[in-house]
Design a protein around this ligand. Structure first.
Ligand SMILES: [Zn+2]
Length: 272
């Protein structure tokens, strides 16, 4: 989920190889809209598209325009995860372009951790980053020292751990993985699934790790302050800990609280 304001983001050419086309689906969970990424090695004619976004023909036409204006065609359509704001247009876009549709499982052409996607001189390395969802993948673009993170790290605010599919222990491990990539100098820039490009990847990941631990401390404190004995501990924790976020994102906050309570070993009632 997002909090805070910040600069508006409209996409555009971001690195030598990456161009963002912003989908027209802004909202409290999607920030400025979903970032659809066109990746193209300079001078090449084979483009890879990450997250075609929601099913919106006007948006897909704009993505195609960007690709054809460079004399290229789309050979691979890749999904960072299954949430519809990223994936819904996948089958349509793959059909429109005659490209392979690739993702982690779900009946698509399967991608997994350590796989290397090569096309037209472009190289992308798959980094499994579960936690936001179980199927969340990130993609390292070594040529630009960039990492495409989907919803694992956003350009603004913080993300939701979408319990029970998303899990906090996995998410913290994924942040640690990304932190190591930034520490090794492999990744300097984050190309997120929503919000602006992150020019200082290491600082953003440090903020994400700090934020997660602060929230966990707040949840522990809320439990100690009485939420543990409440009729509905999830709701009680949300009210105590997420008072600072807009109510329209409380449904997401409930998922993150469930993820945190599960992480802390607190028994949960089944999801309503
Ligand atoms: Zn998502």
């Amino acid at each position: 989920m997002s909090s805070g304001d910040g600069m508006p983001w409209a996409g555009g050419v971001v690195t030598e190889r990456a161009t963002c086309i912003l989908a027209p689906n802004p909202g409290p969970m999607t920030l400025d809209g979903t970032n659809t990424w066109v990746l193209l090695e300079p001078g090449a004619t084979e483009a890879v598209v990450i997250d075609p976004g929601p099913l919106d023909d006007g948006h897909l036409a704009r993505v195609l325009e960007v690709v054809t204006a460079r004399g290229a065609r789309v050979t691979q359509t890749i999904l960072t995860h299954g949430h519809l704001d990223h994936s819904e247009a996948g089958p349509r876009f793959a059909e429109l372009t005659g490209s392979r549709l690739r993702a982690l499982g779900r009946g698509h052409d399967d991608l997994g951790d350590g796989d290397v996607v090569r096309d037209g001189g472009l190289e992308l390395r798959v980094v499994a980053t579960p936690g936001h969802t179980a199927d969340s993948l990130s993609f390292a673009l070594p040529g630009d020292h960039a990492l495409l993170t989907g919803d694992t790290v956003l350009g603004r605010g913080t993300t939701v751990v979408a319990h029970p599919d998303g899990e906090l222990a996995a998410y913290l491990d994924s942040l640690e993985r990304i932190r190591r990539l930034t520490g090794d100098g492999d990744v300097a820039t984050i190309l997120p699934g929503h919000g602006p490009v992150v020019p200082d990847a290491a600082a953003m990941v440090a903020f994400y790790v700090r934020h997660r631990h602060e929230r966990l401390d707040q949840v522990r404190q809320a439990l100690a302050d009485g939420a543990a004995g409440a009729d509905d501990p999830v709701e009680d924790v949300v009210e105590r800990v997420y008072a600072d976020v807009p109510r329209e994102v409380w449904p997401a906050a409930r998922l993150s609280v469930r993820a945190q309570l599960a992480y802390l070993g607190i028994p949960l009632a089944p999801t309503p």
